[in-house]
Design a protein. Structure first.
Length: 240
């Protein structure tokens, strides 16, 4: 067998593209071993197969082409080991991030399951809830546009990604306003988070305890009677 492979043959053998190999040649990362003196055609050899495999392997691990070139230029085992250890650290961090995202989806799906199984809407009930965490941005909110804007401002201020707060969003009303039956005087927007989602100064702790809850399906502007019922339930269960 003649130990010469054209760029097209090399690309096919290694499941890459001609464009990729030409770019590797251009940046001096991986160049053809043979240049035919009569035609100027460029060829690769079997001795280069392992080098291209190494490039593809390191690229798959997440190393940049600059890092790969530095390794190939040095051919130092300690440098290669350090590269792998750094990629291992980054991979473990990604796994932890994905585990947190998975946990959030599980919680959100569980919340939706509970909501779907709720047989009674607009009927207050008492529920014991564990300690929870949220990030909160204080400010008067009058309508839907202001809510959406405040939510994006909170997201940016707390450095949160959208996957963190899928579904876990709400508005708060000051206690004196609730007692005065002014249920739509919102004074803050909040996003529920896990304990280690953020170290932002906007993070608050919602203590564990017994809470008056209610399922409601409708517009906020039409919910006064629901708040009235919840307030009544609160007064009836509050310590005398």
């Amino acid at each position: 067998m003649q130990n010469r492979f054209s760029i097209g043959e090399m690309a096919a053998i290694h499941q890459t593209t001609i464009k990729t190999l030409r770019y590797y040649d251009q940046i001096d990362l991986f160049k053809p071993a043979i240049v035919a003196p009569d035609s100027g055609y460029r060829y690769y050899t079997t001795e280069q197969f392992e080098q291209l495999n190494t490039i593809q392997y390191l690229k798959q691990l997440g190393l940049s082409l600059k890092e790969i070139k530095a390794h190939l230029d040095k051919r130092d085992i300690n440098h290669f080991k350090a590269l792998l250890q750094e990629q291992q650290r980054l991979t473990e961090a990604k796994i932890q991030d994905l585990e947190r995202v998975k946990h959030r989806f599980e919680n959100r799906i569980a919340d939706l399951d509970v909501a779907q199984k709720a047989h009674q809407l607009e009927v207050p009930f008492i529920k014991t809830l564990p300690e929870r965490y949220a990030v909160k941005l204080t400010g008067v909110i009058h309508d839907e546009p202001e809510f959406e804007l405040s939510l994006r401002q909170l997201q940016a201020a707390a450095n949160l990604t959208p996957s963190i707060f899928i579904g876990g969003v709400g508005l708060s009303v000051a206690a004196d306003q609730v007692l005065a039956h002014h249920y739509h005087n919102y004074n803050a927007v909040f996003i529920f988070v896990d304990h280690d989602d953020t170290s932002s100064q906007l993070r608050i702790t919602i203590p564990a305890g017994r809470y008056v809850c209610c399922y409601y399906n409708g517009n906020h502007s039409d919910s006064d009677h629901v708040y009235d019922a919840m307030l009544l339930a609160f007064h009836s269960t509050a310590p005398k």
